[in-house]
Design a protein around this ligand. Structure first.
Ligand SMILES: *Cc1c(COP(=O)(O)O)cnc(C)c1O
Length: 387
């Protein structure tokens, strides 16, 4: 096997330095466990950033991928294949009260691009309202709805017609007018450190969109698919969006995204308006069908809520922790003295624990949804040992 040092040399010579990698080469995964090239075992509470929500190499996902790959890998969107049509049916039935339609993409940012294009086509020249601390992706439309100076500034000028306001009910209500095409929000903001948006904010956005004929878009790329203890995060608030995007965990590790449109927006795109060579391919869709079979189980969702409470209580009791935020198994904690990036590095090397930091003082935990009490107790013990 190629050594870590050799991989690092290859990276230095040949890979654009757009990522800051930790010095570990993972070679195998099973459930909540990962193994590096030396055979050392790790506990994974990061899941590739909310992607491997069923744990690594879940047997149902592996079987679905193997079976579909052996049968047909790609045919494109000029023909039919069953997994994509079946997945669209499942997703449309699962969300927004049913009766909507689905458009496939290959990632979260692409699903959001599709949502923004639907909203703009429905209201030509319309503006898009987003909120601070939001994250919607790195392509130009999604980036234009991601009001973070460090991510946007080097790539200016961005797409025109985007407005960013504070994540409050009053600010969002005040920003929506007759020119607004859409408001885009994460019901639980992930990348900026797990901030649950108030029901009041979501309700105000819904009312403003209704009043002015704008589309309410919920980006559930990270918080959806059972992560917060309901299949879709919006269910907890009772506020139903017009357009919703999903990706990360959908393919069990394979790249896939989807836009779910309520009936009002379901036929805005006509043939030729938007598309993608790979989107809706049979292998990622087969994997996603297997993922849905697992995460739609009410018993799993109830366990996510119970485990989330146990984990949140444990985090709050750790030395130096001043705030615990989140819902279900999408949690973050803040430390009074900062040091989160250093803690993440030490967690990996000293405790063989995979977690990540969303800022100088914030640790984020995104474990597999399939863990048990023993994994929660284990992660708390490892963190306590570090602190
Ligand atoms: C990760 C993320 C995205 C972008 O998804 P990619 O698959 O990386 O393009 C968009 N929105 C949210 C909320 C995310 O967490």
């Amino acid at each position: 096997m190629t050594s870590l040092a050799a991989l690092q040399a290859l990276e230095r010579a040949h890979v654009v330095p757009a990522y800051a990698r930790q010095p570990v080469q993972f070679v195998r995964g099973e459930g909540a466990r990962l193994w590096d090239a030396d055979g050392v075992e790790y506990l994974d509470f990061q899941t590739g950033l909310a992607v491997t929500s069923l744990g690594h190499s879940h047997p149902a996902v592996v079987a679905a991928i193997q079976q579909q790959a052996a049968q047909l890998v790609h045919v494109g969107n000029l023909f039919y294949s069953e997994p994509g049509m079946r997945l669209a049916e499942r997703l449309a039935r699962s969300a927004l009260g049913g009766g909507g339609k689905v458009h496939f993409a290959n990632s979260g940012t692409e699903a959001n691009e599709a949502a923004l294009k639907v909203a703009r086509k429905a209201k030509p020249q319309g503006t898009i309202v987003s909120v601070h601390r939001g994250f919607h992706g790195r392509t130009y439309g999604s980036l234009s709805a991601t009001p973070q100076e460090a991510k946007q500034a080097p790539f200016a000028p961005l797409v025109p017609g985007f407005v960013a306001v504070a994540p409050t009910a009053a600010a969002v209500a005040g920003a929506v007018d007759a020119q607004t095409a859409a408001v885009i929000l994460e019901p639980v903001q992930g990348e900026s450190g797990v901030w649950v948006l108030d029901d009041e904010l979501l309700q105000a956005a819904r009312a403003a969109c209704d009043e002015h004929g704008a589309a309410l878009i919920f980006d559930e790329v990270q918080c959806g698919l059972g992560r917060t203890g309901t299949l879709w995060a919006y269910e907890d608030s009772g506020v139903v969006p017009d357009l919703m995007t999903t990706a990360k965990a959908l393919g069990g590790g394979l790249p896939i995204g989807a836009l779910i449109c309520s009936p009002r927006y379901a036929d805005v795109f006509a043939a030729g308006d938007h598309g993608s060579t790979f989107a809706g391919g049979p292998v990622p869709c087969a994997a996603a069908l297997a993922v849905l079979d697992v995460v739609e189980d009410p018993a799993l969702l109830a366990r996510v809520r119970a485990l989330g409470e146990r984990l949140a209580e444990g985090l709050a009791a750790l030395p130096g922790v001043v705030d615990v935020r989140g819902r279900g198994l999408m949690l973050a904690c803040d430390f009074a003295d900062g040091g989160a990036p250093e803690l993440v590095r030490r967690a990996l090397t000293e405790q063989r624990l995979v977690v990540n930091a969303t800022g100088p003082a914030t640790l984020r935990l995104l474990p597999p949804l399939t863990i048990g009490d023993e994994h929660v107790d284990d992660v708390l013990q490892r963190l306590r040992a570090l602190l």
